[in-house]
Design a protein around this ligand. Structure first.
Ligand code: ZN
Ligand code: ZN
Ligand code: ZN
Length: 369
């Protein structure tokens, strides 16, 4: 469904133009979502460095251990430079690059091992290294129609897993058992496993937003925060719903309704031309007005794409202007210490008038067995 080669070739061309505009001499990208975005190659970080090297005025090259070269053949427009185990990868890189000015500025991707960066600094002692993320995020924040289709499909599969999950019993099962059930349902949907979660926080554990599932047995009267994801061709899903085991009391119903309305307000505010912080404020104002402001302890959301947390961050202080086609979570929560927690999360695409959800699982309070 994705014409991957054409997309990555276009991205590499755009990044070369950006290097030119920003007067950067070289971009180095290590195995990460950045590398996958630009080349389609995942690679893996190791003591044998893999590096994509892009200079404004010549074809990009990939430095890779000789025996791993078959894995990078056929990547759009990139030359391959290899090194043997007894050779210095950094000498091979220096030899293959076009001439660098003596005081070159080199942009390097955030997820580069410190050891690799230190070796590069020793190889190019007069160069100034700067983070590549300001450049790369400008590209990666804008999702193409193909990327949006993959994110939508990932959301659909996560929704389907949730809908099946709540048909089964919760009481008497541990958080870890529910987490494995989620993994099983996600596998059934053909989703690639996420590098995190699933988060299953029951009873008092639901008050910790990034709780790791434990052996705690879930019982009648618990609220359970369920937060999980996975990916389709690398594009991530991320959904949270909070269910209640047996009939909830008055306060839980009230808090649930506040979070539901806050989430709705955030989605409505997620339109092109507003600053990211406006989405945070729209959700937070509802929670503050209800008197629970101090119990909403995190930002409202994060961008999503090839990574489950990326730009744009939906947080007070971010004046980044949203543009149509940017994708991020809207996930307000209220966490009452020693009592319960509630969070509702959908991925949305910023639209011209309001955000468009990529998750459609029910927002009404679901009472499970
Ligand atoms: Zn989170
Ligand atoms: Zn989540
Ligand atoms: Zn999230």
């Amino acid at each position: 469904m994705v014409t991957a080669l054409t997309e990555t070739a276009g991205r590499l061309q755009r990044i070369r133009d950006m290097l030119e505009e920003e007067e950067l001499d070289l971009l180095l990208v290590s195995p990460s979502a950045d590398l996958r975005y630009l080349t389609g190659h995942r690679g893996h970080p190791s003591e044998r460095p893999t590096l994509l090297a892009v200079q404004p005025d010549r074809a990009p090259l990939i430095l890779v251990a000789g025996f791993e070269a078959p894995g990078v053949s056929g990547l759009a427009g990139t030359d391959i430079v290899t090194y043997g185990d007894a050779e210095s990868p950094y000498a091979a890189l220096a030899g293959a690059l076009g001439r660098l000015p003596s005081s070159a500025t080199v942009a390097i991707s955030d997820q580069t091992w410190a050891g690799v960066l230190l070796a590069l600094q020793a190889t190019f002692p007069d160069a100034t290294f700067v983070p590549a993320s300001p450049l790369l995020r400008r590209l990666r924040m804008h999702k193409s129609p193909q990327e949006l289709a993959l994110l939508r499909e990932a959301g659909r599969r996560a929704d389907a897993a949730f809908e099946r999950l709540v048909q089964g019993p919760f009481a008497g099962r541990t958080e870890r058992e529910i987490a494995s059930r989620i993994d099983e349902l996600l596998r059934g949907e053909g989703i690639e496993q996420a590098e995190w979660g699933p988060i299953v926080g029951s009873g008092p554990n639901a008050t910790s937003p990034h709780h790791s599932s434990t052996e705690r047995e879930i019982r009648e009267g618990d609220a359970v925060v369920l937060d999980f994801g996975g990916a389709v061709e690398g594009y991530q899903a991320d959904i949270t719903r909070t269910v209640h085991v047996g009939d909830p009391g008055e306060e839980f119903r009230l808090v649930y309704d506040v979070v539901r309305r806050a989430q709705e307000a955030g989605v409505k505010a997620a339109r092109a031309g507003v600053a990211a912080q406006q989405v945070d404020r729209a959700a937070r104002e509802i929670i503050q007005a209800a008197g629970y402001g101090e119990f909403f302890t995190h930002r409202t959301g994060h961008g999503i794409g090839l990574e489950d947390h990326e730009e744009p961050y939906i947080v007070e202080g971010s004046s980044l202007m949203l543009e149509a086609g940017m994708t991020f979570s809207v996930e307000p929560g209220i966490y009452l210490p020693d009592q319960f927690g509630v969070r509702i999360e959908d991925i949305v695409v910023a639209g011209d008038d309001e955000g468009v959800r990529l998750n459609h699982a029910d927002h009404d309070l679901i009472v499970v067995r």
